[in-house]
Design a protein around this ligand. Structure first.
Ligand SMILES: [Fe+2]
Length: 296
């Protein structure tokens, strides 16, 4: 354990913004959070909770309440861990910033979810280049209380360790799965589409855009389709993939991905906004406001 955790953020260089990685596991320095830090958490928490009623998976908000995540102060990892360990065997660990891929996968495979210890500044309420405490804790942690989703996350970590050994192309395919499910996934509920992806849940603008804008495609989840689709890191997503249940996600991770990686290595990847033959189209996007180029 480091005595004084660092705040590791991207660096601005002459080549633009460069991500910086850190591997240390740190104790959450809870006593060192300032009144402003707690207030930033409170503002973000209240704002997102108001937006997410009727937009997020109902279970998500219920679980936040049940595990004691509230607006009054930044939650303590050790308190959340008591609920989490008991329910699904997961544990939050404090980290200083982005982790190298393999380190991240190994944590997930062992049911350890890395949470950035520091929170964004007051002038960054709407956008931040990398994950901070609000994104990680508010967005990702509640669904780790769902036993099926919790198993999916661990299976993803094991898949990541394997993909890392296979090579960079396999990792690209697998990363798209994380992006379009864990970060930007939608789920179908009886009364309509709801949000479960943490990248959306922690973003005011995208929480509304993903459900209410005519611009994006909304397409039924298909593992190979997702693994072959590029995505946006600089704008809202052009396509959202919709699952019917978390069990569907878990089932999709049962087969060995190696034959899929081999198959996808021989085909061109799909642009982020293109609709393909065979897609289960729930809503075809108008494409309004889309920028050309920039898919990663
Ligand atoms: Fe995330």
């Amino acid at each position: 354990m480091n005595a004084e955790p660092r705040r590791v953020e991207h660096l601005q260089t002459d080549k633009g913004s460069v991500p910086v990685y850190a591997t240390g596991i740190v104790e959450q320095p809870w006593a060192s959070y300032s009144a402003t830090d707690h207030d930033v958490w409170a503002q973000l928490f209240r704002r997102q909770r108001a937006i997410l009623v009727g937009r997020s998976d109902d279970e998500f908000l219920r679980t936040q309440d049940a595990m004691g995540m509230g607006s009054t102060r930044i939650p303590r990892f050790d308190e959340l861990n008591r609920a989490l360990k008991k329910q699904t065997g997961w544990e939050l660990i404090g980290v200083e910033g982005l982790l190298p891929e393999l380190t991240f996968f190994e944590h997930l495979a062992n049911r350890r979810f890395p949470v950035t210890w520091w929170i964004r500044k007051r002038d960054q309420l709407d956008y931040l280049a990398e994950p901070d405490l609000f994104h990680d804790l508010f967005g990702h942690v509640p669904l780790l209380m769902n036993p099926v989703f919790a198993d999916y996350m661990a299976a993803y970590g094991r898949g990541g360790v394997k993909a890392h050994a296979i090579g960079p192309d396999a990792l690209v395919n697998l990363t798209r799965l994380y992006w379009y499910t864990v970060e930007f996934g939608l789920i179908r509920q009886p009364d309509g589409l709801r949000i479960y992806g943490a990248g959306i849940l922690s973003s005011k603008g995208e929480s509304i855009h993903c459900l209410e804008s005519a611009a994006p495609n909304r397409i039924g989840f298909d593992l190979e389709r997702v693994m072959n689709t590029r995505y946006r890191i600089d704008t809202f997503q052009k396509t959202y993939f919709v699952i019917d249940s978390y069990a569907q996600l878990m089932d999709a991770t049962q087969p060995d991905f190696e034959p899929i990686y081999a198959k996808l290595a021989a085909v061109r990847s799909f642009p982020a906004g293109a609709v393909q033959d065979g897609d289960r189209v729930i809503q075809r996007g108008s494409g309004e406001g889309w920028l050309d180029g920039g898919d990663v």
